[in-house]
Design a protein around this ligand. Structure first.
Ligand code: FPP
Length: 241
């Protein structure tokens, strides 16, 4: 049986973890391998970390798989990432007994029709699962999400169903892809980069950030635990004292 590191006490664990899965390309480059191999290793890491989060009682996990800016990458790399997502969805469909609710956040419109259909099916079939909600951010951008939310609210107002003066923070939150879910408590970014890169822009207003010097394919349960300890030690005041 695998030995897991010591975790902070349950009451100090976050309810929602966001992860920016960064460093796949560098990991592959260091080994003289194509970038797609780095993404494949990254997808494996994601499976392990999502399972670990479920096992330790984290109710929400959101992982950044593909941003609205990632279309600028070579077609071959984009195709490789989309194929990994197809594989992940096919696997997930076979593992419904694991009680994972899978959701996708982001604009689905530009995705291939078969991928959209796989997403629809997995979301529908896992909707009743409760132990953990795993959000995969795909063609996701925090600003793009806010643009879509603004349009949605504006349409309601233009149709006379919404008084613009009644729009509050809750209403904006409920117009986002993450409607009904708690905001992330902590956002973890491996690979040494220290930026948010358009991830959960609105939702991260009070998130703690933990940056680690490990490339995502090498990220394991020990790295997650050290991030959780760092989070547990932070004093979160939410603007108070
Ligand atoms: C960032 O690293 C990573 C991505 C843009 C892709 C992440 C995708 C996966 C891990 C695979 C699909 C996901 C699932 C959930 C099956 P990078 O390529 O920018 O790394 P670099 O900065 O070292 O080049």
């Amino acid at each position: 049986m695998e030995q897991f590191p010591q975790l902070p006490p349950q009451q100090f664990l976050p309810r929602h973890i966001g992860i920016i899965m960064d460093g796949n390309g560098r990991w592959a480059k260091q080994r003289g391998l194509p970038r797609s191999v780095g993404h494949k290793a990254g997808a494996e890491t994601f499976r392990k970390i999502a399972t670990f989060c479920r096992d330790i009682g984290i109710p929400y996990l959101t992982a950044y798989a593909f941003s609205t800016e990632n279309w600028k990458r070579p077609q071959e790399e984009v195709d490789a990432i989309m194929d990994l997502l197809r594989e992940y969805l096919d696997d997930t469909a076979k593992h419904q007994g694991e009680d994972v609710r899978t959701c996708f956040i982001g604009d689905r419109e530009p995705l291939a029709a078969d991928l959209r259909e796989k997403i629809r099916r997995v979301e529908e079939e896992s909707a009743h699962n409760r132990t953990i909600t795993v959000n995969i951010a795909l063609n996701y951008g925090g600003r793009d999400e806010l643009v879509h939310a603004a349009r949605r609210l504006a349409r309601e107002a233009a149709a006379g169903r919404l008084d613009p003066e009644s729009i509050d923070e809750k209403m904006v939150s409920n117009a986002l892809y993450t409607a009904g879910q708690p905001d992330p408590d902590v956002i973890i970014r491996p690979s040494g980069e220290k930026r948010l890169s358009n991830f959960l822009t609105w939702q991260s207003a009070y998130a703690e950030f933990v940056f680690l010097d490990v490339l995502w394919p090498d990220f394991d349960q020990n790295h997650l635990c050290s991030a959780l300890w760092e989070y547990a030690r932070r004093d979160r005041r939410f603007g108070g004292i």
